[in-house]
Design a protein around this ligand. Structure first.
Ligand SMILES: *Cc1c(COP(=O)(O)O)cnc(C)c1O
Length: 251
C-alpha cells in the first residue's frame, strides 16, 4: 500500500461512526459462526472449505462491514436492496477490496444499478429481470454470477420459482449469455421442520437438474441463515447467508 492510500484509509475510517457497534463483538461473533460452520461440516463428513460464509450487512453501517473485513478477511458481503448495496460499496471502495452479492428481490427498474454494482445476484426468478440485467451487462461488457431463487416455503415467501419451473427457466436463460447460472438459492420457512424440508427439496432439485443436464453449473446451493445454517449444511449448502448471528439484531 503506498503512502497516499494509507492516508486515504485514515481519512475515511476516521469519518465512520464507530459508536454504533463494538468491533470486538463482531470479531468474536464471526469467529463463533465460523467454528459452528466447521463443526457442522465435520459432523457430516464435509470439508469446511466447501461452505462459504456470506455475511449479510443489511441495515448495518459500512463501519460494521469494515470491522468484519478487518477481523476475518472476508471480502464478499451481501445486501438485499441494490440502493443500500451501492451506498456501502461507494463508502468502502477506496479502503477495502470488497465485492457484493445482491440476495433480495430486484425490480426491473433497478436492474441497471444491480448490473453495475453486484458481483453476484442470488434472487433471479423472472425472465423480465434476466432480460433487463442482460441488456445492461452487455453494454458494460461484464458478466454476472446468478443463482435461481426457488420458493421452498409455500405461502411464506412471495419470491422464487416453484421447483417444477426451474428446468424450463434455466433453458430460457441460455438466451442471456452475460448471466452465468451457478446454482440455486432459497429462503427457508421460519419453522425449523419446514426449513429442513425446504433444504432437502432444494438439494433434490439440484440433483434433478444435474441428471437432466440442465444448462448451468449448479455448484451453488445457497441456503441457511442465522437460525438454521447448521441444518442447511447437513443438506449440502455451499453458501450460508448470515446477518444477525454476526452483526447483531437489526434495528
Ligand atoms: C436478511 C437475510 C438473510 C440473513 O438473515 P439472518 O437471519 O439475519 O441471518 C439471509 N438471506 C436473505 C435473503 C436475507 O434477506
Amino acid at each position: 500500500m503506498n503512502t497516499q492510500n494509507t492516508q486515504n484509509t485514515k481519512l475515511n475510517t476516521d469519518s465512520f461512526n464507530f459508536a454504533n457497534f463494538a468491533t470486538d463483538d463482531i470479531a468474536a461473533r464471526v469467529a463463533a459462526v465460523q467454528a459452528r460452520i466447521a463443526a457442522a461440516c465435520i459432523a457430516v463428513g464435509r470439508d469446511p472449505s466447501e461452505v462459504r460464509l456470506l455475511p449479510v450487512s443489511k441495515t448495518h453501517p459500512a463501519a460494521a462491514v469494515y470491522a468484519l473485513w478487518q477481523a476475518s478477511g472476508i471480502t464478499r458481503f451481501a445486501e438485499n436492496k441494490v440502493q443500500e448495496l451501492a451506498k456501502k460499496q461507494n463508502e468502502l471502495a477506496s479502503i477495502a477490496p470488497l465485492t457484493w452479492a445482491l440476495i433480495g428481490h430486484l425490480q426491473t427498474n433497478k436492474a441497471g444499478a444491480a448490473a453495475v454494482a453486484a458481483a453476484e445476484f442470488q434472487a433471479l426468478d423472472s425472465i423480465r429481470i434476466a432480460a433487463a440485467l442482460e441488456r445492461r451487462l452487455s453494454e458494460l461488457e461484464r458478466s454476472l454470477d446468478v443463482l435461481i431463487e426457488v420458493n421452498t416455503s409455500g405461502e411464506v415467501s412471495k419470491w422464487g420459482l416453484a421447483a417444477a419451473e426451474v428446468a424450463a427457466f434455466a433453458q430460457a436463460l441460455t438466451a442471456y449469455p452475460h448471466l452465468k447460472v451457478r446454482g440455486l438459492m432459497t429462503v427457508a420457512a421460519p419453522d425449523l421442520n419446514d426449513a429442513e424440508r425446504g433444504f432437502a427439496a432444494l438439494a433434490g432439485l439440484r440433483e434433478t437438474l444435474l441428471a437432466q443436464g440442465a444448462p448451468g453449473e449448479w455448484n451453488e446451493l445457497s441456503m441457511g441463515m442465522s437460525n438454521d445454517f447448521e441444518t442447511a449444511i447437513r443438506y449440502g449448502s455451499s453458501c450460508v447467508r448470515i446477518g444477525t448471528a454476526i452483526f447483531g439484531a437489526r434495528g
